[in-house]
Write a protein that binds this ligand. Structure first.
Ligand code: MN3
Length: 206
């Protein structure tokens, strides 16, 4: 059974950057539905104990096409939102430190350049999808964008996403309407780089 992460903050804690109604709807409706649909689909096959990362990086092993599609969409939705809701925080750490800071400077020069590249990907994603910062097993960082609820695990099992920007309209439309750029700017104001660092170190087995 896969479980939604427990939020470390209240729905209104990220106001005014991300409004309470969007947070509540996003977590209790959208994320909850992906999670339920994933668990319902998994109950049909004998994969109950598989870590979600392994499940998403071996979708080709699911031979039934309809079931594979269901698990791709809802397993992606489950995993992606667990990361998203974890890395945004009130009282967030706005500066990057430690090993992640070194990795960012070697790949992007600085955090501003990383944010610029992620913003370009987030704004360039046509329709629903995500922009990502991922690490490979050696700690080398890369950015990418995916459609729907896909994520880098599905395309390269060596990659682990450590930061994801949800650019589905349900993530911002109530407050920002069509202004995705304003939402993405606000998103980076609530990213907690300490939590991103934790995901980075965890992906490297540290
Ligand atoms: Mn979403």
């Amino acid at each position: 059974m896969y479980n939604q992460i427990e939020l470390a903050y209240r729905f209104d804690a990220l106001e005014p950057r991300i409004d309470a109604l969007t947070m509540e709807t996003h977590y209790t409706k959208h994320h909850a539905a992906y999670t339920k649909n994933l668990n319902d689909a998994i109950s049909k096959i004998d994969l109950k104990a598989v870590p979600i990362e392994r499940l998403l990086s071996s979708l080709d092993d699911i031979k039934d096409e309809s079931l594979r599609k269901t698990i791709r969409n809802n397993g992606g939705g489950f995993y992606n939102h667990n990361l998203y809701f974890d890395i945004i925080r009130p009282n967030n750490a706005t500066t990057v430190s430690g090993e992640l800071a070194l990795a960012i400077s070697s790949e992007f020069n600085d955090v501003d350049e990383l944010i610029k590249q992620l913003t370009t990907l987030a704004l360039g994603q046509f329709g629903s999808g995500w922009a990502w910062l991922s690490t490979d097993r050696t700690g080398k960082l890369s950015v990418s964008a995916t459609a729907n609820q896909d994520n880098p695990l599905m395309f390269d099992p060596n990659l682990t996403p450590i930061l994801g920007i949800d650019v589905w309209e349900h993530a911002y439309y109530l407050k920002y309407r069509n202004l995705r750029a304003d939402y993405v700017k606000s998103f980076f104001e609530v990213v907690d780089w300490n939590v991103v660092s934790k995901h980075y170190l965890k992906a490297l087995g540290k």
